[in-house]
Design a protein around this ligand. Structure first.
Ligand code: FAD
Length: 416
């Protein structure tokens, strides 16, 4: 069923009884051309573009739980393309362009909201770094604007401009950045892929790989063995575990990242704001809750839940930026498992194991990458060659030294 004003009207008049499921809950077939492991945003987008752009429709997405139950449904929904390095910026700008047409492309309301993202700076050195970042963005065709303190105050008068330790001097604005409804992105890609013939198989955990010699020719799952021409893995926080089953040791650590939402408020924060003197970012959901987050837990973990020390850490940063947040009540907080790469940048590449393709290392920032990641991973799988905007995301860069150290902090996952 195509969604439109007329379909809404017809269903409204018929007591909402004619809606059909948005996608089939498929049972696995014995074999596929391509198996995508992981039903998060990246896996579903990959399957969608394989079918749509490359005409490869004999595809299954295998998800161990229900689609979107991993990081895709746990993130703080921020989208942006404010990167500085040539290995990153064209990729994220391509993602931004795909976001801009996504709802029309998928015929699905993903609530893409280009409400702007403002990165605050608090010192002369930080201003210079942001000026450089803004210039790099413009050179890559993205938008950016360096704002002074007065311009930032006009946008967000409630920030603590005269904080004794972290006075706000200005900010770098990307007006095309913003937010998108994370669940809807998952559901939109699932529906789009399903309509093109892709099987979305839920409650189907990959537990091992079928091999012929060195090559991978399928997967073992909790619902039986399934053969495949190619196996493409996009399991985010479980990347090391799944790659381990194929005998690969990845340059990735898993850490928990937490997010927080407050009680609902009247409209207050109409864009996305990031604090430049600590790790804190905030926006407001359409329901009115303030949505915010901060640092990753500093130790490796597969625990998909929050903890008290990070609540204290994140709320301290929030108070330094916006003291009135102290009067709010916290409604919920939760955690997701991040695939932290050693340079803070992702991997979209073939691996030394024939038939095994890898999409991983998204750290904090994989939600914004969802469309371009799916696009470029599908390109790699279909053509066995990297897409031009993802050519730097090679697995062997950790051996050859061609790192994409966006923040210049080196191999420190907890700092990326
Ligand atoms: C709290 C938090 C806030 C974030 N905020 C932002 C943000 O504001 N902006 C941004 O750009 N990014 C953000 N991120 C990062 C972003 O959410 C992730 O980088 C991105 O969602 C990862 O890709 P994915 O959607 O495919 O992952 P996931 O949704 O985690 O998908 C992976 C899937 O693989 C499945 N899986 C794992 N093992 C197996 C197996 N053996 N067999 C079958 N299936 C398996 C999992 O169940 C899961 O559903 C945030 C993340 C968190 C946790």
């Amino acid at each position: 069923m195509r969604y439109s004003f007329l379909s809404l009207l017809a269903n409204g008049l018929s007591g909402q009884s004619r809606w059909t499921p948005a996608w089939r809950d498929a049972a696995p077939k014995p074999a596929y051309d391509v198996i995508v492991v992981g039903g998060g945003g990246h896996g579903l987008a990959t399957a969608y573009y394989l079918a749509k752009v490359h005409g490869i429709r004999n595809v299954a997405v295998l998800e161990k739980g229900v689609i979107g139950s991993g990081n895709a449904g746990r993130n703080t929904t921020i989208i942006r393309s404010n990167y500085v390095l040539p290995g990153n910026e064209p990729f994220y700008e391509w993602s931004m362009k795909l976001w801009e047409g996504l709802e029309q492309e998928l015929n699905y309301n993903a609530m893409v909201s280009q409400r702007g993202i403002l990165n605050l700076f608090h010192s002369d050195a930080q201003r210079d770094a942001y000026a450089r970042r803004g210039n790099a963005m413009r050179l890559a065709g993205a938008d950016s604007q360096l704002l002074d303190r007065k311009q930032v105050r006009a946008m967000y008068p409630f920030l603590d401009f005269d904080n004794a330790r972290f006075p706000i001097q200005g900010g770098l604005l990307q007006a095309r950045g913003g937010t998108a409804r994370h669940d809807a992105v998952v559901w939109g890609y699932a529906r789009g892929a399903d309509r093109l013939g892709v099987d979305i198989v839920q409650n189907c955990e990959v537990t091992g790989f079928l091999r012929e010699g060195d090559a991978i020719v399928g997967v073992e799952t909790t619902r039986g063995a399934i053969r495949a021409g190619k196996v493409a893995v996009a399991v985010a926080g479980s990347s090391s575990r799944v790659a381990g089953m194929a005998g690969l040791r990845l340059p990735i650590e898993s850490h928990v990242l937490q997010a927080f939402v407050s009680e609902g408020l009247k409209p207050l924060v109409d864009g996305v704001i990031t604090f430049g003197a600590g790790h804190f970012y905030i926006s407001q959901s359409d329901k009115g809750g303030l949505v915010f987050g901060g640092d990753v837990d500093g130790y490796n973990s597969y625990a998909q839940r929050g903890n008290l020390p990070i609540i204290e850490d994140v709320c301290e940063s929030g108070m330094a930026l916006m003291p009135r947040i102290g009067r709010l009540r916290l409604l919920r907080h939760w955690g997701g498992i991040m695939d932290m790469s050693m340079d803070g940048s992702p991997i979209i590449d073939r691996t030394p194991v024939p038939g095994f393709y890898l999409n991983a290392g998204w750290c904090y920032g994989g939600f914004k990458a969802t469309p371009a990641s799916g696009w470029c991973f599908a390109h790699l799988i279909a053509r066995d060659a990297p897409h031009e905007v993802a050519g730097a995301f090679r697995l062997d860069r950790f051996r050859t030294g061609h790192l994409i150290d966006e923040k210049g902090v080196g191999a420190q996952p907890n700092l990326h």
